[in-house]
Design a protein around this ligand. Structure first.
Ligand SMILES: [Mg+2]
Length: 383
């Protein structure tokens, strides 16, 4: 352990009882490895969240995960952390794809990629996208568009929309049966990598977003915009080695696009550690503070525009609490927030020695979320 990393290893028994101006300090928590470990709770998280809610210290959750509605994930978190008295509100959660809501006014008919089963169709429709197309709809209407797909007949029948409704029938002579698509939104890790790579590149190089067409020029600008909800290259499951995540799909799309166009693809990536994600989170934290103080009603959270940082922040200090130096800590440091690294997730002792370039937390490394939050409160004279 290098000496520029402070470590507080004494476990904290109880939180302080008297706080001054608690609403001037804000916390942003990663979920996996900080509040939860897989589907189980990290016990110290329950005390921490209850304490912050009870004392009206604003906080939000910021994850690169997704694939389900905010409501479903918050229900799961509240149950798992046993937050019966002070449940977390769904508007306090930002998943990787949550900021895509802001695109609704200009992106009516969207190709939504990734996610388990057909779940992200519900997420996108729930956000308010008018016409959500999924890769399986396109396969159902045009089986030869990617003949190597692995969807079963049953999945195509159950999840794929009827071509009369989806209007993506490339071979139909009626142009109204193959309507243009406005953008490609990669919500979550791909479950059909080959299909998605082919369909995404077809659309990025199409004429006006119409499937089955090919534009006659090369450009770094795709015909329709593409957004990736995060840049995570790897994730871990029960397998011995980390597995490919959305970042792998992005690399494939970028490489092939460049092969076709001779230029790098102009795209937008959300999620930690990008500034666009932290700007969005900052807006939500400011708004949640207003709701907490009764200046605004719940269920009326703001909808900030992408790449639009808050002009003024009421916070003296905001702390990002995470287990991943690459996403949580890098993003927090770049954004001038205080950063707290916990030892309950992906970070392992010795990681900084093995990879000296790894981002270091400004406040320190702590055994768990409770110790980290306690240290931040103490530092600000709140404990
Ligand atoms: Mg994490």
């Amino acid at each position: 352990m290098t000496n520029d990393i402070k470590q507080l290893s004494t476990p904290v028994e109880e939180f302080p009882q008297k706080l001054e101006k608690p609403q001037d300090i804000g916390f942003v928590f990663d979920i996996d490895g900080v509040l939860l470990k897989g589907k189980k709770r990290i016990v110290e998280a329950t005390d921490t969240i209850n304490y912050l809610s009870k004392n009206k210290i604003p906080f939000i959750l910021l994850t690169n995960g997704g694939g389900m509605t905010e409501e479903k994930r918050i229900d799961f978190i509240n149950k798992t952390l046993q937050l019966n008295e002070y449940p977390i509100h769904k508007d306090q959660l930002i998943q990787a794809h949550t900021p895509m809501k802001t695109l609704i006014p200009h992106h009516k008919r969207v190709l939504v990629c990734g996610g388990p089963n057909d779940d992200v169709r519900e997420v996108a429709e729930n956000y308010g996208f008018e016409d959500v197309i999924r890769p399986i709809d396109i396969i159902r209407a045009n089986p030869t568009i990617w003949p190597y797909h692995m969807f079963s007949d049953e999945q195509i029948k159950n999840w794929g929309k009827d071509p009369k409704i989806s209007k993506v029938d490339v071979d139909n002579i009626d142009p109204n049966e193959n309507l243009p698509i406005d953008s490609v939104l990669c919500f979550n890790d791909s479950r059909e990598l080959g299909t998605e790579i082919q369909l995404i590149l077809d659309l990025l190089n199409s004429e006006n977003g119409i499937l089955g067409t090919r534009r006659k020029f090369k450009s770094n600008k795709p015909t329709i915009p593409i957004l990736f909800s995060n840049n995570d290259f790897l994730w871990s499951n029960e397998f011995k080695q980390p597995r490919f995540a959305m970042g792998a799909l992005k690399i494939a799309v970028l490489e092939i696009y460049e092969k076709i166009n001779g230029e790098k693809l102009d795209q937008l990536t959300l999620g930690k550690p990008t500034k666009v994600c932290y700007d969005y989170a900052h807006h939500i934290l400011i708004d949640w503070r207003k709701i907490m103080l009764g200046e605004k009603t719940a269920d009326n959270i703001c909808l900030p525009q992408l790449n639009d940082p808050p002009i003024k922040s009421p916070f003296k200090k905001v702390y990002m609490v995470g287990d991943n130096p690459e996403s949580d800590i890098t993003g927090g440091n770049n954004y001038n927030w205080g950063t707290i690294l916990v030892q309950t997730g992906v970070y392992q002792d010795g990681d900084f020695e093995r990879n000296p370039e790894t981002s270091r937390p400004s406040l320190g490394i702590f055994p768990n979320v409770k110790d980290g939050v306690m240290a931040a409160l103490k530092l600000n004279g709140l404990a």
